[in-house]
Design a protein around this ligand. Structure first.
Ligand code: ZN
Length: 301
């Protein structure tokens, strides 16, 4: 059974002058339905303003909520913050938080959005408005749902915003595995960064991950993992500089879930990046990720 958090308002029309498309968040639900996976869909509430302000600059939160983001910040985000975009920017962190709460009960749940890891304190960036990972992690710890959280970011881009927003926190560990030459040009400092050269393929990638992740889990002993499961390390991705195959991404996600499961650590996944002209192919890549995580979570032993 896949517990997936989705809201119809995750989908928003494209904004003028931007290449970013929000239709992925509808297509991924279509891909999940066509796969025949057994799933329960949970609708999130918008993240309450005080929790957004606990991580982001209150003036920036105000700009987003009033749809009055200055043009320079909108350019940095990559799209205009319209009413629809503002609403989905509040729903998406609500979704990551809801997925985490479901994961604490069921072992695994997915937010079919989120992973907005470039958003910083006083501005969005790189198609990210609010940082759902940092906001959810902060709220979960503040409300006693977990005492330590690992934010595992395997998107091809570095989780620079997440690293900046959680820097200095002993109760949040950020592990980012990314392509060195992908955005952002100037990297932040995660608790642990693994920067890979271009065109890394399945075998070395998986060897690196199976060497790194168990050590982090054993040393940090998180009570919960927020997994940014971007599918843009795929070889066909329009932006990603790595060269993982479908089988490689499959093995990546199963490795993550197995390592968490043997230690009894629940996982909430967020969608993260995935780009390409074939919109449905990208959506299927994201759907496959959630399906195998749920499959692997349900396995015993
Ligand atoms: Zn990405």
């Amino acid at each position: 059974m896949l517990h997936v958090v989705h809201h119809p308002a995750y989908v928003s029309p494209a904004t003028q002058g931007s290449a970013f498309r929000f239709d992925k968040y509808g297509l991924v639900m279509e891909a999940l339905r066509e796969s025949g996976v057994t799933m329960t869909i949970h609708a999130p509430d918008p993240m309450p303003r005080p929790w957004l302000e606990a991580v982001h600059d209150p003036d920036y939160v105000d700009e987003v909520l009033r749809c009055a983001v200055p043009p320079a910040k909108e350019r940095r985000i990559g799209f205009a913050v319209t009413q629809r975009v503002s609403r989905r920017a509040q729903l998406s962190p609500g979704g990551t938080w809801a997925a985490a709460r479901l994961a604490l009960v069921h072992g695994y749940a997915a937010n079919a959005a989120g992973g907005s890891h470039h958003a910083l304190a006083d501005t969005g960036a790189g198609y990210c408005v609010f940082n759902d990972l940092a906001v959810a992690a902060h709220r979960l710890i503040a409300q006693g749902d977990a005492s330590r959280i690992l934010i595992l970011d395997l998107d091809v881009h570095q989780g620079d915003g997440t690293a900046a927003l959680t820097a200095g926190r002993a109760d949040i560990f950020t592990l980012s595995v990314h392509a060195e030459r992908n955005f952002p040009a100037r990297k932040a400092r995660s608790s642990l960064d693994i920067a890979l050269p271009d065109r890394v393929e399945d075998a070395p990638y998986l060897a690196m991950l199976s060497d790194t992740l168990p050590r982090v889990l054993d040393d940090f002993e998180p009570g919960l993992i927020l997994y940014q499961a971007g599918v843009d390390p795929h070889m066909d991705d329009r932006l990603g500089r790595l060269a993982l195959t479908d089988a490689g991404l499959d093995a990546r996600d199963r490795l993550v879930m197995r390592q968490a499961r043997v230690r009894g650590v629940p996982i909430a996944s967020t969608m993260g990046g995935g780009y390409g002209a074939d919109r449905m192919a990208v959506a299927r890549r994201h759907a496959a990720c959630m399906i195998r995580l749920a499959e692997e979570a349900a396995r015993c032993g």
